[in-house]
Ligand binder design. Structure first.
Ligand SMILES: [Zn+2]
Length: 296
């Protein structure tokens, strides 16, 4: 009886760490849409970084990463990395451990904006900004858990708090980094990856991060996205990659063009293109693995 129950549990566990033959294929538009739907639901109230709902989002992200079998960062016992202000929801970070002492970071902010005081629709759902990037981190976590072969670098996923309040979470992380910044081979920041043209993504920062750029080029042979490079270099100082670039960490930023629902209450789930977010997540996953050097 005991044995039978155990086998039943093993067969029905969808997030088990048994290797999938093609991990990147586990990153699907269905999974992205499912996660954007709850993150950007009215119930989440726009995930302002000092709200209860942002703390609830942080908890769900950490729980999902634990279920996928990922671990806290070295010398940490928890995936929550609080800032120095108790009112802030924490940064959340996890790791897929490599054989060496270097790191590759994939990041996205999970916070958005406070509800407005009046109007029929008061909630800034932030489906594209940045439930889409957060959903990508969740899908990438599952794919990492399916990898059969070890990587040299550890892959670190960070969901940042307080981006909308002025890069609060990423500044704090970069200033008090739990991992040596000089050991970071590269950082991919995803912020708004699900609007515009269904097959087009913008890439900023590539000229100063040639190894990341090469890894993205190689990965894109399998994904086939139309990548537009260096069209908005001013974006580099406006997102969570900025504090890392300032400290010499090679970093790139993946995003779509600003659109009519940017920072409006109409940034709703039914307007996102899950296929674009899934392809961008797949591209980032493959490029991060390339950069992290599979161990032969
Ligand atoms: Zn954003």
């Amino acid at each position: 009886m005991y044995k039978r129950i155990l086998i039943g549990l093993l067969l029905s566990c969808s997030a088990c760490t048994t290797a999938h033959k093609n991990p990147v294929a586990t990153i699907t538009q269905q999974k992205i849409l499912q996660d954007v739907t709850w993150l950007a639901s009215d119930e989440m109230q726009g995930r302002h970084y000092r709200s209860l709902e942002a703390k609830k989002a942080a908890r769900s992200i950490a729980d999902a990463w634990k279920r996928a079998g990922l671990t806290p960062l070295p010398s940490k016992t928890s995936m929550y990395l609080p800032t120095d202000d108790m009112r802030d929801a924490p940064n959340v970070a996890c790791m897929h451990k490599g054989t060496g002492d270097s790191f590759v970071l994939i990041t996205a902010h999970y916070d958005h904006l406070k509800p407005r005081r009046s109007g029929k629709d008061r909630i800034y759902n932030g489906a594209d900004d940045n439930a889409s990037g957060t959903a990508a981190l969740l899908a990438i976590a599952n794919a990492l858990a399916q990898l059969e072969h070890p990587l040299q670098s550890s892959i670190v996923l960070v969901a940042f708090t307080g981006e909308e309040a002025g890069l609060v979470g990423s500044e704090y992380f970069a200033n008090n980094s739990p991992i040596p910044l000089r050991k970071i081979r590269g950082l991919f920041n995803l912020d708004m990856i699900s609007r515009g043209d269904a097959n087009t993504i913008f890439l900023e920062g590539a000229p100063d991060a040639p190894r990341i750029n090469l890894a993205i080029q190689k990965a894109n042979k399998k994904i086939g996205l139309n990548i537009i490079r260096n069209a908005h270099t001013d974006w580099l100082s406006r997102g969570d990659q900025a504090p890392f670039i300032d400290r010499g960490v090679p970093s790139v930023f993946l995003s779509v063009e600003d659109h009519e629902d940017y920072h409006r209450v109409s940034d709703h789930t039914d307007k996102i293109i899950p296929e674009l977010a899934a392809k961008t997540a797949q591209l980032t996953f493959l490029a991060a693995i390339e950069l992290a050097h599979p161990v032969p």
